[in-house]
Design a binder for this molecule. Structure first.
Ligand code: NAD
Length: 497
C-alpha cells in the first residue's frame, strides 16, 4: 500500500515538474516501484499481452496507439459487458472526483472558457448513457425467432475540440466503450496535454481494476499527419470527430464511416407571447456558459420589435451589459481579423483567436465599456448581417436584432444558422410559431423556453453527450451510435408457444 501511494506521488511530481518545464506530457513508463501488471490484489484478471509500462494509453505514433487499442478491444470482448460497466464507472468516477483539478488544468492549458463551467462539465458526466442503452431487439413468429444485437466495430478513431477537451474525451469513452469498442484520440493540439493526462489516469485505474490496458489511447503530440495515420490504420473502423468545418470535411474524405459532430451558430427567436423575463434570463445563462464556447450556445437573438426594449432591459437585470454603437464598433474591430483594406462591418473576416472564450473584462476593455464585477455577458443591437451574427463568435458577446414579424425572424434565424442544422432556440407560448420555426430551421436540437444547455439535459429532460452529430445525422451521440446492428435468425425453432 505504501509503495502504491509513493508511486502515485512520484508520478504526479514528475508530471508536474515536466509540465512546468513546458516539456509536454511524457509517455508514462512505469516507476521502478510499480508492481508487475496483473499483480495487484484489486485486479480481477491477468492482463493478457499487456507490457509493463505500456498500458496507460499515451503513445508517440498513431499506429502504436491503434495497435494497442486493438489489443484492448480483444481483451474487453473476452471480459464481457460487466467489464464495460466497470470501465464506465471508473471514467465517470474519476471525472467527478477530479472535476475541480482537471477543470483548472484544462483552463490553464487552453486559456479559454470559465473555470466554474469547466468544472461543471466534468461533474455532470453521469448524464452520459452507458450499456443500459444496448437492449437487443427480438422478433418471434411462425418461422422461429430473430435477434438483432448492437455489437462493436472494434477501434474507433476520435478527434476532440479545444473547447471541451476532457469532457468530450470522457463522454466519448463512455459511449464508445459501452458499445464494446476501444478508442484512439487525436486531440486538439491546444488541449492535448490535459487530454493525455486524463487518458493516463483512466487507464491506470482501468488496468488496476480489470487488467485491461489501453482501452482509450491517445497520440501524445497530435498533428494533421497523425490524424491521417489514425484514420488510415486498418484497426480503425469508425471515426467520431468533434470540431469545426475543417475536421468534418477531412473526416468525410477519409473513405471511412465518420460520425461528425460539426459546427453550429444557434439563433434564438423571442416573440411577443414569450415570458420576457424568463427568456432574458435563459439567454444570458446559455450565451455566457463557458464564455459561449458551447456549439449549442446562443449566438444571436432575433426579437420582435414590440418586445425588444423590454427584452433588452430584462437582459440588463440578469447581469448583461449593453454596448452602444461606438462600443460595438470598437469590439468588432478587436474581435475579428479583417482582410487587408477592409474595416469593421459586413464581409469576410475571421474571429480573432485572442478573443475566443475570453472573459467579459477582456471584451469590455476592447469595447471601452464599464462592466461591473459579476457581468455575465455583453450585448448590442446589430443588423442581421453583422459579423457577430454571421460568425460563430464563441465569446460572451451577443448580437440582438429587431424583427418586424415572426416570419421575418424565422427567415433571418434560418439564414444565420448557415444550414449547419445544429441548434435553434425559441421563447414563445404560441405553438404555431414553435412549429413554423422547428420546420424552417430543421436543426438537430430545438429548445423551447429554456437555455440552450437544456437540450443536453442540463435543466431539461434528456441524456448528455458532448458530441452532437449534426451533418451526418446521428444526433446526440449515445452508445448505440457506435454499434453495428447484427441479425441472428433461428428458422422454425426456439419459439416456445
Ligand atoms: P477545430 O475545428 O479547430 O478543431 C477540432 C478538432 O479538429 C481538433 O482536434 C483539431 O486539431 C482538428 N482539426 C481541425 N482541422 C482539421 C483538419 N483539417 N484535419 C484534421 N483534423 C483537424 O475546433 P475547436 O476550436 O477545437 O472547437 C470548436 C468548434 O467545434 C466549433 O465550430 C464548435 O461548434 C464545434 N463543436 C461541435 C460540437 C458538436 O457536438 N457538434 C461540440 C463541440 C465543438
Amino acid at each position: 500500500m505504501a509503495n502504491a501511494v509513493n508511486e502515485a506521488l512520484i508520478r504526479d511530481v514528475i508530471e508536474d515538474v515536466l509540465g512546468r518545464l513546458g516539456g509536454g506530457t511524457p509517455v508514462v513508463t512505469q516507476s521502478p516501484l510499480a508492481k508487475p501488471a496483473g499483480d495487484d490484489a484489486s485486479c480481477s484478471c491477468k492482463a493478457k499481452g499487456a507490457q509493463s509500462g505500456r498500458e496507460f494509453g499515451v503513445f508517440q505514433t498513431a499506429d502504436e496507439a491503434c495497435d494497442a487499442a486493438a489489443g484492448a478491444f480483444r481483451q474487453l470482448r473476452e471480459q464481457g459487458v460487466e467489464a464495460r460497466r466497470r470501465v464506465i464507472e471508473i471514467v465517470k468516477g474519476l471525472c467527478e472526483d477530479n472535476a475541480e483539478e482537471w477543470g483548472r488544468i484544462e483552463l490553464e492549458e487552453t486559456k479559454i472558457g470559465r473555470l466554474d463551467h469547466k468544472i461543471e462539465k466534468l461533474q455532470i458526466i453521469r448524464g452520459v448513457p452507458g450499456v443500459e442503452w444496448l437492449h437487443p431487439e427480438g422478433r418471434s413468429g411462425d418461422h422461429g425467432i430473430t435477434l438483432e444485437e448492437f455489437t462493436p466495430f472494434g477501434v474507433v478513431g476520435a478527434v476532440t475540440p479545444s473547447t471541451h477537451s476532457i469532457p468530450t474525451l470522457a463522454g466519448n469513452i463512455v459511449n464508445i466503450v459501452a458499445a464494446g469498442n476501444a478508442v484512439v484520440f487525436n486531440a486538439h493540439p491546444a488541449a492535448s496535454r490535459c487530454a493525455a493526462m486524463a487518458v493516463r489516469k483512466f487507464n491506470e485505474a482501468i488496468h488496476r481494476a480489470t487488467g485491461i490496458g489501453n482501452i482509450a489511447c491517445i497520440i501524445e503530440q497530435p498533428t494533421l499527419e497523425s490524424f491521417g495515420q489514425m484514420c488510415a490504420n486498418e484497426n480503425v473502423r469508425l471515426l467520431c470527430v468533434t470540431g469545426g468545418p475543417g475536421v468534418v470535411a477531412a473526416a468525410m474524405q477519409t473513405g471511412k464511416r465518420a460520425i461528425c459532430a460539426g459546427p453550429g451558430n444557434p439563433p434564438v427567436l423571442v416573440d411577443e407571447t414569450a415570458d420576457i423575463d424568463r427568456a432574458a434570463r435563459c439567454v444570458v445563462q446559455g450565451a455566457s456558459y463557458d464564455n459561449n464556447l458551447l456549439c449549442i450556445g446562443e449566438k444571436q437573438v432575433f426579437v420582435l420589435d414590440r418586445v425588444a426594449d423590454a427584452f433588452m432591459s430584462a437582459m440588463e437585470r440578469h447581469a448583461a451589459v449593453r454596448l452602444n454603437g461606438s462600443q460595438l464598433d470598437a469590439l468588432t474591430q478587436a474581435a475579428f481579423v479583417f482582410p487587408e483594406g477592409q474595416g469593421a462591418g459586413c464581409g469576410h473576416a475571421a474571429t480573432n483567436k485572442d478573443f475566443i472564450g475570453k472573459d467579459v473584462p477582456v471584451l469590455a476593455q476592447a469595447a471601452e465599456v464599464n462592466a461591473p464585477a459579476g457581468t455575465q455577458l455583453l450585448f448590442a443591437e446589430t443588423s442581421a448581417d453583422h459579423l457577430f451574427v454571421e460568425e460563430e463568435q464563441m465569446m460572451p458577446m451577443l448580437p440582438i436584432i429587431r424583427v418586424g414579424s415572426v416570419e421575418e425572424g424565422i427567415e433571418a434565424a434560418r439564414k444565420s444558422e448557415h444550414n449547419y442544422r445544429h441548434t435553434a432556440i425559441i421563447h414563445s407560448h404560441d405553438v404555431n410559431h414553435m412549429t413554423a420555426m422547428g420546420r424552417a430551421l430543421d436543426t438537430t436540437l430545438f429548445v423551447k423556453n429554456g437555455p440552450s444547455m437544456a437540450g443536453l439535459g442540463l435543466g431539461g429532460e434528456g441524456y448528455l453527450s458532448f458530441s452532437i452529430a449534426t451533418p451526418t445525422g446521428e444526433g446526440v451521440t449515445n452508445p448505440r451510435t457506435f454499434t453495428r446492428v447484427r441479425r441472428c435468425v433461428m428458422v422454425d425453432n426456439l419459439r416456445i408457444y
